[in-house]
Design a protein around this ligand. Structure first.
Ligand code: EPZ
Length: 433
């Protein structure tokens, strides 16, 4: 198995190019099912979740051609109404549920495995189902798959109020409504950048979607959409993760290919911790020289502090002066990484949605295990600021959402390497005498 070995304590210096946004790509790639003709999607991140989505699209009949400049040419004309994504593949990732909205839009019917993905506690899809039913589909779960079928020839526009500002439900309803008959209004919609990116992609193909980025989105269904070219936005959370890495390790790093506005809340919080961030048109420079300071964090839907940055900033706060409090108000259970940080000396008490962190002078390296994507990223952030060597197992979680993270960090002077070890070797390195 592969593990990352990190010798911490070295400040980072240099430049990192940020890749395309994983969560935007995972919405836009299935959206090509709604489009006639070839779509050229650019700035695709080379991460395993995106590779899996492309494999699923190929399996349902799309022709996929990767170019050498992080773009993909997709023609979904070969996909038929009865196409079903392979169960074992679709269940490995949460975003495969976007195929339901896309198949409903194009074929008025869908069959997709119940979603998998990061274990963040209970992750229901009741708001997705509510949206599909409002649009005129019957939805049921049979043998582990979701079966949806429009009651009439096609879906009908509807007013839908989301009980939770769900990113996934907002995206899935946009997909289903984009070719429905009439007007759909989503109220209490999610406002994340990748919701806006999906709407921009569909509008570039001729859709009529207004209000994306606000909590009310209006979609007037169209009979057909035409393929073209579209570039995915930069990844807000990848950028935030590297900002946290510099905050933990110290130094000065410039991140290229970012949208500073998407990072505003992350920037504000990391500056509270003692980082300094300079913003330019499509890049930012992050530096941290002095001591790390405590801060209180509450995760919120965009534009609040993103839940996907909660583990990484907790890693920074573990060696900040004073007591910090984290309130995770979005995900159901997102503190599974805390036990691994404790192996590095972190002093963190978790009680339900709240974690209280007593900062210590510095963490110390240890063998640890990633348990989900952002938890793995947090262990890298912690290891970069720690004294000594940390070995991180379960790196397949990390590679689901971070393109070339080892080489990107090596490029700014981090002492990190990927190495092949046997399972017992990794676990044994953690055994005390
Ligand atoms: C997306 O997940 C992201 N994944 C997650 O990022 C991210 O953590 C999350 O949005 C919040 O920003 C992708 O985009 C592929 P939600 P999603 O629906 O859509 C509850 C990463 O690290 N809820 O906004 O599943 C739900 O339980 C991943 O890249 C319902 O109650 O998130 C959660 O508590 C991890 N009913 C809250 O809403 C529903 O029908 C937010 O979930 C749907 C969601």
């Amino acid at each position: 198995m592969t593990q990352y070995a990190i010798n911490g304590g070295t400040p980072l210096h240099g430049t990192i190019n940020i890749s395309g946004a994983k969560n935007a790509a995972l919405a836009i790639l299935p959206a090509t099912l709604l489009v006639d003709g070839v779509c050229r999607i650019e700035n695709i991140p080379k991460v395993t979740d995106v590779t899996l989505m492309l494999e699923i699209l190929r399996d349902v009949g799309a022709s996929i051609r990767l170019t050498d400049d992080n773009a993909v040419l997709i023609d979904t004309s070969g996909v038929s109404a009865g196409s079903v994504a392979p169960y074992e593949q679709a269940r490995r990732m949460r975003a495969s549920y976007y195929l339901i909205g896309a198949f409903l839009a194009r074929f008025a019917g869908a069959q997709v495995a119940m979603p998998g993905g990061c274990n963040l506690g209970v992750r229901p899809i009741d708001q997705h189902m509510k949206g599909f039913e409002a649009l005129g589909a019957d939805v049921q779960v049979k043998a582990g798959s979701i079966h949806a079928r429009a009651r009439e020839q096609c879906l009908k526009g509807a007013n839908i109020y989301l009980d939770v500002q769900s990113v996934g439900a907002t995206i899935n309803i946009i997909l289903a409504a984009a070719m429905a008959d009439g007007l759909t209004v989503i109220e209490n919609a999610a406002r994340e950048p990748h919701v806006v990116d999906l709407a921009n992609f569909l509008n570039s193909a001729g859709a009529d979607i207004k209000g994306a980025g606000t909590d009310m989105i209006k979609i007037r269904g169209k009979k057909s959409l035409k393929g073209g070219s579209y570039a995915i936005i930069p990844d807000q959370i990848e950028a935030g993760t590297y900002m946290a890495a510099v905050t933990a390790a110290g130094g000065e790093v410039t991140l290229n290919n970012v949208i500073p506005k998407h990072l505003e809340c992350i920037t504000a919080k990391l500056e509270e911790l003692g980082a300094n961030v300079e913003e330019y048109d499509d890049s930012i420079t992050v530096r941290r020289e002095g001591k790390l300071r405590k801060a209180n964090i509450k995760t919120l839907p965009y534009p609040g502090f993103p839940t996907d940055m909660q583990p990484q900033i907790s890693a920074c706060l573990s060696s900040a002066e004073g007591i910090s409090m984290i309130t995770e108000s979005v995900a159901d259970n997102r503190y599974r990484y805390v036990d691994e940080l404790k192996r590095m000396g972190a002093r963190i008490q978790v009680d339900g949605k709240v974690a209280v962190i007593e900062g210590i002078r510095h963490l110390t390296g240890a063998p640890v295990q990633a348990c989900d994507l952002r938890a793995g990223a947090a262990l890298i952030v912690a290891a970069l600021g720690a004294q000594g060597t940390t070995e991180i197992g379960g790196v397949y979680h990390i590679e689901r959402g971070y393109e070339n993270i080892v080489s990107k960090l090596q490029g700014v002077g981090a002492n990190i390497r990927a190495e092949e070890v046997s399972d017992s070797e990794h676990l044994a390195s953690g055994k005390t005498g």
